[in-house]
Design a protein around this ligand. Structure first.
Ligand code: NAP
Ligand code: MG
Length: 494
């Protein structure tokens, strides 16, 4: 019998997780979860809307003031460490679910559990380091002997989180771990295209001892369940990861009760390759920056600027690397390019193949759909690109690299080319020259810059965007700020 724990999980009735229990019914019909490699249905998830969000928010509000609110920092740490241990113990199931739910190659799916447990352990260490200060206040004319002034760092309250489908488990964990560390409670609305990770983790959290009502999941469509979270009057903060267009909708919806908002949005990240770069590492590095997760990642290095003297060698090297990437279901470990998430996403990416051809880009490889079952497209390299082409301007969320060249531009001129986008999420500079590396790192308008690496991620390093790529920082100590509020207390006596 090859009935794995992941298959057993898929076969269950799914819906929401509210107040520490599975809720397999929903008021808005159901979501059929598709394996994007085969287009076969793999699970059904009841869809919720306003009613389920109202219920989840009510229990999350109550849980703030229950045993969770009165827990010591160490008790929260221990629960988070136990949750991390469960993520590790279920690593193979998580890998299998990530492949089926999202389509990602096995090598990336295998990172989901360790990524999650590492984040939990990192933030588990923070619970006891969230502290206020004492201040030398002289308010109301009081002397130091008549006054004690201090700040309290309190959980911000009930958090609504809305997440995308591109790296399930990970994208959700970026909300879950700091929410637990700060003592907030959560109502999480996962992406309809990858709704299973959140449910799986809610069960693990419960098993680890997270009290009922602290971590709730409401599945459903963005336009109903997501909109209900964003607009809810009793949610104190909304933490959103997704597209810039939906980010704008979230901001408008949040205006009703002026809930706090953090946004991790899209990108169109520049990659600068200098003539002194080590092309042996730059070629695979730049290729993976563009093609990892089929380009379905916000930090995708989709806009390459190569010095004219090495542009051809770089482009041909990347095209050769792309051609060597096996395309197929993520379940086969040899495949490096899995399917896109949906037929809609595949058609969207194919639309960019058409626009690139019409606008005169030269295709060095790819530019086609692959096979007739599953949502596969080939990793694609375009040269002869110009700044006004759609493939250069728009976030594609597919494995498409657009290469432009530079020659004698000054650092400022080159930075202006790199910064010619509404986004500002990530960037990389490939060079062995210290002056170039540091000068360009300062001039590039992005929340993250890599030198001889692209999109380096670590729980200790703040991550987030400038410009229309977002508000606020996830990862690191910065993420705690999103979930805390500061209260100033002044105590006086005669
Ligand atoms: P999306 O369409 O913006 O969806 C993101 C989430 O918002 C989903 O849960 C979606 O629900 C929900 N949603 C849709 N419409 C909504 C509405 N009117 N009100 C409230 N919620 C709504 O993005 P996506 O296609 O899932 O993900 C791709 C995007 O995410 C890209 O732009 C990418 O760059 C960005 N992203 C950013 C980061 C980062 O850290 N900066 C990381 C990953 C992805 P449905 O699933 O039902 O549509
Ligand atoms: Mg949608």
């Amino acid at each position: 019998m090859s009935n794995t724990p992941a298959q057993q999980f898929l076969a269950r009735s799914h819906g929401h997780w509210i107040d520490g229990a599975a809720v397999p019914e929903g008021s808005q019909g159901e979501i059929v979860v598709i394996d994007p490699a085969t287009e076969a249905p793999i699970a059904r998830v009841a869809a919720g809307g306003q009613a389920e969000v109202d219920r989840a928010v009510a229990v999350a509000r109550r849980a703030l003031h229950g045993p969770w609110g009165d827990m010591t920092a160490d008790e929260r740490t221990q629960i988070m460490l136990k949750f991390a241990g469960l993520m590790d113990a279920h690593a193979e199931t998580i890998t299998e679910l990530a492949i089926l739910d999202n389509g990602m190659p096995r090598v990336i799916a295998e990172s989901c559990a360790p990524f999650g447990s590492m984040f939990l352990r990192y933030y588990a260490g923070w619970t006891s380091k969230i502290t206020g200060s004492t201040m030398p206040s002289a308010a109301q004319g009081k002397r130091p002997s008549q006054l004690h002034a201090y700040t309290l760092r309190e959980p911000i309250g009930v958090v609504g989180a809305i997440t995308p489908w591109n790296y399930p488990f990970g994208m959700e964990m970026l909300k879950i771990a700091p929410v637990l560390a700060t003592g907030c409670t959560l109502v999480l609305k996962p992406a309809e295209d990858a709704p299973l990770a959140a449910l799986f983790m809610a069960e693990l959290a419960s098993e680890a001892g997270v009290p009922a009502g602290v971590f709730n999941v409401v599945n459903g469509l963005g336009e109903s369940a997501g909109a209900a979270v964003a607009a809810h009057d009793d949610i104190d903060k909304v933490s959103f990861t997704g597209s810039t267009d939906v980010g704008r909708i979230i901001v408008r919806a949040a205006a009703g009760n002026l809930k706090k908002v953090s946004l991790e949005l899209g990108g169109k990240s520049p990659v600068l390759v200098y003539p002194d770069a080590n092309l042996e590492t730059a070629i695979p590095g730049v290729a993976m920056a563009a093609f990892m997760l089929q380009g379905q990642n916000c930090v995708c290095g989709s806009r390459v600027f190569a010095h004219v003297s090495i542009a051809e060698q770089l482009a041909e090297g990347i095209a050769k690397f792309a051609a060597s990437m096996a395309i197929g279901p993520g379940s086969d470990p040899k495949n490096m390019i899995g399917p896109l998430i949906s037929a809609r996403q595949r058609d969207r990416v194919a639309g960019f193949f058409d626009s690139a051809a019409q606008e005169g880009a030269r295709c060095l490889g790819g530019g086609t759909r692959v096979g007739d079952r599953g949502f596969f497209v080939a990793p694609t390299v375009y040269t002869d690109c110009t700044p006004d082409m759609r493939i250069v301007r728009e976030e594609i969320f597919g494995p498409v690299l657009a290469l432009q060249t530079f020659d004698k531009e000054s650092p400022e001129e080159l930075a202006a080319m790199a910064n010619d986008t509404n986004y500002g999420l990530s960037a990389s500079v490939w060079t062995r020259d210290l002056r170039t590396a540091h000068t360009m790192s300062r001039l590039i308008d992005a929340g993250q810059v890599g030198v001889n690496t692209h999109a380096a991620m670590d729980p200790t390093m703040p991550f987030g965007g400038f410009k229309q790529s977002g508000w606020g920082r996830e990862f690191g100590a910065d993420a705690l700020e999103l979930y805390l509020r500061t209260k100033a207390v002044t105590v006086t006596w005669d």
